[in-house]
Design a protein around this ligand. Structure first.
Ligand code: 8OZ
Length: 395
């Protein structure tokens, strides 16, 4: 905290003091809320690899299940993302890199020319509004059902271990299917699929990619010892379990530049029936490897995804180690928590999920400390414009 005050006061002094005081008084009188100088810390610019952000308020990736036929992104999705273009950075909803990577109905892909064309309309709409957007690259691994897989085949995973989890398929929620273990010979093809997806993202006009290695999906399944029981170069010790993520990052970096690649991690989540016997050691090492690869950012979900922030002790500062890139945090942050995290240097930026669903103009609302619309969970997954593009912005 002390460091942040020292950091912020000189900036404050450089500005027109009188104007700032007037602004602060105005906000104070309107909301009966004491605004302190640190509040502006979320609205200082930051460079994330090659991407310049005007603020540290990030839109988290949010699965909304509104893709069209053949998982092509729609014009309604373009409207939704463009409405949120004032985010410092938009991280797109999770997007499958290949048909086998799908685990829920109506999630978009980035593997067909129609999907690339659909995303092009979205990136153009966001850029036209002055925003920035990266694509989250997704392969669900074992979190899928045969009805969502090409030819009704079994989903793939590091090991043939079925998750105690459900996915949303055409008829509603169903238990996931028994996966088959990927053969060693299939792994280079998988890495190439990520490379192609990163190239497709570039072609579609994205500013970069976020590799989804969180929430119990394929790359997370390789990282953790409950789900990865392989005895080849991609399983066993930590170095081997990290290998696939490392190769995927290298391939994406080779395709579009390491300064346009980030990774999302969730060291403590049990989402997707995932677990590891020693997450601290594992994730310290994962981030050290990502630092060697010089990727632009790490985006960490703290605690249980969408739930308990401290389910067990964990040292996030140790996980961050000496990672020199941007550190984005996520999971239930409100305005005060976000300001404290950035001002206290626990994070460079904060990703907001649910509050971005309900508030297309969230950055402005956080800056002015005004009331937030409440999200309606009944319209999160699937449906039409209702609960998607009809949340009001401030006048
Ligand atoms: C909610 C519903 C379906 C998928 C994640 C991609 O948790 C998801 C997801 C979230 O990362």
């Amino acid at each position: 905290m002390a460091a942040s005050v020292q950091y912020f006061i000189p900036i404050f002094k450089r500005k027109n003091r009188k104007a700032n005081l007037g602004k602060l008084e105005g906000i104070f009188m309107k909301d009966q809320n004491i605004i302190n100088q640190n509040d502006e810390v979320l609205f200082t610019p930051i460079r994330v690899g090659a991407i310049e952000l005007p603020s540290r308020v990030i839109m988290a990736p949010l699965t909304r299940n509104r893709a069209g036929a053949d998982n092509v992104p729609t014009d309604l999705m373009a409207k939704y993302y463009a409405q949120r273009a004032t985010a410092g950075l938009i991280i797109s909803e999770a997007t499958q890199i290949c048909p086998e990577g799908q685990g829920y109905s109506a999630t978009p892909g980035i593997h067909s020319s129609e999907q690339i064309a659909g995303w092009k309309r979205i990136t153009a709409a966001v850029h036209a509004k002055g925003g920035r957007i990266v694509l989250q690259l997704w392969h669900v691994g074992r979190i899928s059902h045969t009805s969502l897989q090409p030819n009704g085949q079994a989903p793939v995973a590091p090991s043939a271990i079925r998750a105690n989890a459900q996915v949303f398929a055409a008829g509603g929620f169903v238990d996931v299917s028994m996966p088959r273990a990927l053969a060693l010979s299939e792994i280079p093809t998988l890495v190439e699929t990520y490379r192609q997806a990163a190239n497709n993202a570039k072609e579609a006009g994205f500013d970069g990619v976020e590799i989804h290695a969180a929430n119990g999906y394929l790359l997370d399944q390789f990282l953790r010892d409950r789900t990865n029981q392989r005895n080849d170069a991609y399983g066993g010790n930590i170095e081997n379990r990290i290998r696939l993520l490392s190769e995927v990052c290298e391939a994406a970096a080779d395709a579009i530049g390491a300064d346009r690649v980030g990774v999302r991690l969730s060291p403590l989540t049990s989402f997707g029936d995932i677990a590891d016997s020693n997450p601290q050691t594992l994730f310290n090492r994962v981030v050290a490897r990502l630092a060697e690869l010089e990727i632009a950012f790490v985006h960490v979900i703290e605690g249980e995804t969408g739930g308990e922030r401290n389910p067990q002790p964990f040292d996030y500062a140790a996980m961050r180690g000496s990672f020199p890139g941007t550190w984005i945090v996520n999971n239930g942050y409100d305005r005060t928590m976000a300001i404290d995290a950035v001002a206290g240097n626990q994070a460079d930026a904060v990703a907001f999920g649910r509050s971005f669903i309900a508030n297309p103009d969230l950055p402005r609302r956080l800056r002015e400390n005004t009331v937030l619309n409440l999200p309606d969970p009944a319209t999160f997954y699937g449906g039409d414009a209702h609960g998607y593009t009809d949340y009001p912005a401030l006048e």
